[in-house]
Design a protein around this ligand. Structure first.
Ligand SMILES: Cc1cc2nc3c(=O)[nH]c(=O)nc-3n(C[C@H](O)[C@H](O)[C@H](O)COP(=O)(O)O)c2cc1C
Length: 165
């Protein structure tokens, strides 16, 4: 997995800087997609689904920094990550009142810069809507294999970005 090289470099930089790092693998979690039922609006931000989001919420609400890590699937973040972000909806108002820094780490096969335009637009929109600071992005283009990322500047960039937290 190429993007995990960037992720591990970021985590290593953050830990070296004395920060606590908590990771969630959205592809391995049981997170039901938001169905827009608005149950949360009537129930103090509690979602109708009691699933693995219960592991994520406490950290999501208290973390100073959120890092989205994803391979590019059809010019966007993976469905698993999107499904998890959609579930932020139930705690939107708390998130919007709690300043955080957001980072984006991604990898794709394409070498053309436009291949990640949708991801970037999504990232900027999230920062704007949630009132979170743009921490930065590490985007690996032309990354089909682990070796491609290993040999790119992205590994160093990810570590340096985390060192500035
Ligand atoms: C379902 C699927 C969709 C993909 N869509 C794109 C795409 O739209 N653009 C692209 O450049 N690469 C695409 N790829 C390739 C991956 O983004 C690329 O191999 C990436 O480096 C994988 O990272 P990973 O090895 O960490 O999983 C796709 C791969 C899969 C499996």
């Amino acid at each position: 997995m190429g993007v995990t090289i960037e992720r591990d470099a970021f985590c290593a930089g953050a830990k070296e800087g004395g920060h606590e790092v908590v990771r969630f693998a959205t592809a391995k979690l049981n997170v039901h997609p938001c169905i827009g039922c608005y149950y949360c609006r009537e129930n103090d931000g509690r979602c109708i689904y009691d699933d693995d989001m219960s592991q994520i919420y406490p950290h999501l609400l208290t973390a100073d920094v959120i890092v989205l890590v994803t391979p590019v699937y059809y010019f966007n973040i993976t469905a698993q990550l999107k499904g998890t972000i959609d579930r932020f909806f139930s705690v939107n108002s708390v998130l919007r009142d709690n300043p955080k820094k957001l980072f984006l780490i991604a990898a794709c096969t394409d070498k053309d810069k436009w291949a990640m335009d949708a991801l970037k637009a999504n990232y900027y929109a999230m920062c704007h809507y949630l009132h979170w600071q743009e921490g930065g992005m590490v985007l690996a283009f032309g990354a089909s294999t682990r070796k491609d990322v290993e040999n790119s500047e992205c590994k160093k960039m990810a570590k340096n970005l985390a060192a500035q937290l």
